[in-house]
Design a protein around this ligand. Structure first.
Ligand SMILES: Cc1ncc(COP(=O)(O)O)c(C=O)c1O
Length: 397
């Protein structure tokens, strides 16, 4: 007698935490990226012209010629000593705070840092507060731990901290609050300075941990930035950072910086996932940082993304109906387009038929909101195609 491995069998075998919509949202976005006939404002990938191909080739050659075997070997779970030192120096230089040895961990991309936070702190049913809208990967990551997600409002100055305060006073008791304070994904706005200080005070007052995602922090078009939450509240904030947008994402590399009590737990959790971030990526980052190449690359990247963003905003101005509103990002990859009375899912489907892709807003909320909004990403689209893409979207409307 054999059991049929049909879809019902797979459903029965799968863990409860994998059911629901976990994975589907990102998969549908990635599927659009493969289509060459579409002008895509969908994927939030970095522009390939920013990739430091020659530097990477030279460094790998250097490691091989010098017999530097640590670049090819397993690394300690926290990271290679030299790379930790390079990250420590960079954090001190850019954020004005130097993490102690036990306050820093090198991760395999920042999505792994979120995964480790979930593994270490979330039991089924625990409450995680997010900003609505927020990063789809984070929604899916926290959901995979069967957390209950509560979305707090958001405006052009970022998370509505006063609303958060009211919700806390009203009895919401999060273990974690996840926020992207700089050039947020998907809305492209940043958290105002006074709200940053107030948020840290709320975390102290109510005893929850803030998870600060700084994926776009170093991509401010003007190069300037507000104090990071971690620098304001190193006792209550875990910062998840990534080199995906500043170096390149092909080596999965990022960091988690936070209170030693939290980082120790993340280190323990990492021993049960991949044990260590790839040593080759760590060495590439370290050498690029020490030689000043990352800052040079960032300067070029900022100029490139600023140009694409300006072009997209100008095209929106020309092509959108009067009722439409969109955010004016000061950095990062995204603008958030709101079209009152329009069903964005339907619009996204029709746009694909006309050779344009954008992501419907509901994917970025844990509670079904965002039905009249689209995320427009300008990072990857070819600059010369931006006008045409936005004009096509406008024509459908
Ligand atoms: C806000 C945010 N956090 C994290 C990530 C993931 O970064 P990484 O490549 O380091 O996993 C992304 C990637 O799109 C992102 O937009």
């Amino acid at each position: 007698m054999a059991v049929a491995f049909d879809s019902a069998r797979w459903e029965a075998l799968a863990a409860a935490r994998t059911r629901g919509d976990v994975g589907d949202g990102i998969a549908s976005v990635l599927a659009l990226l493969g289509r060459t006939d579409v002008i895509s404002f969908a994927g939030g990938f970095p522009a390939p012209e920013t990739f430091p191909r020659e530097h990477v080739a030279a460094l790998v050659q250097e490691f091989a010629a010098a017999g530097e075997l640590s670049a090819f070997q397993y690394a300690p779970t926290r990271g290679l000593a030299g790379t930790l030192d390079a990250f420590t120096g960079r954090l001190e230089r850019l954020q004005g705070r130097r993490p102690a040895e036990d306050e820093l961990l090198i991760t395999s991309g920042s999505i792994e840092a979120l995964e480790l936070v979930g593994k270490s702190f979330l039991d089924p049913g625990d409450v995680v507060v997010v900003e609505g809208p927020t990063y789809l990967g984070a929604i899916q990551s926290f959901r995979s731990f069967e957390a209950e997600l509560v979305a707090v409002g958001f405006d052009e100055h970022g998370l509505d901290v006063e609303e958060l305060e009211r919700r806390l006073a009203g009895g919401v008791r999060p273990k974690l609050l996840y926020t992207i304070p700089d050039h947020q994904n998907p809305a492209g706005v940043s958290l105002a300075a006074d709200r940053r200080a107030a948020l840290v005070e709320l975390a102290r007052g109510y005893g929850f941990l803030v998870v600060e995602d700084v994926a776009y922090r170093e991509l401010g078009f003007g190069g300037e930035s507000l104090p990071s939450l971690w620098s304001l509240g190193p006792d209550v904030v875990v910062q998840a950072g990534t080199t995906s947008k500043t170096l390149f994402p092909g080596v999965r590399l990022g960091w988690a910086a936070g209170p030693a009590e939290a980082v120790d737990r993340l280190v323990a959790a990492k021993q049960l996932t991949d044990q260590c971030a790839g040593a080759l990526g760590q060495r590439l980052f370290e050498e690029s940082e020490r030689r000043g190449w990352i800052d040079d690359q960032l300067e070029r990247s900022r100029a490139l993304y600023r140009g694409k963003c300006d072009r997209m905003l100008a095209a929106l101005e020309r092509s959108m109906p009067n009722s439409a509103r969109w955010t004016k990002p000061g950095g990062g990859f995204f603008s958030w387009l709101t079209l009152p009375g329009i069903d964005a899912f339907e619009l996204a489907e029709r746009a694909i038929e006309h050779g344009v892709a954008a992501v419907p807003g509901t994917l970025f909320f844990p509670d079904g909101r965002g039905a009249d909004s689209l995320r427009l990403s300008f990072s990857l689209v070819v600059e010369e195609q931006i006008d045409e893409g936005i004009a096509r979207l406008g024509a459908i409307l």
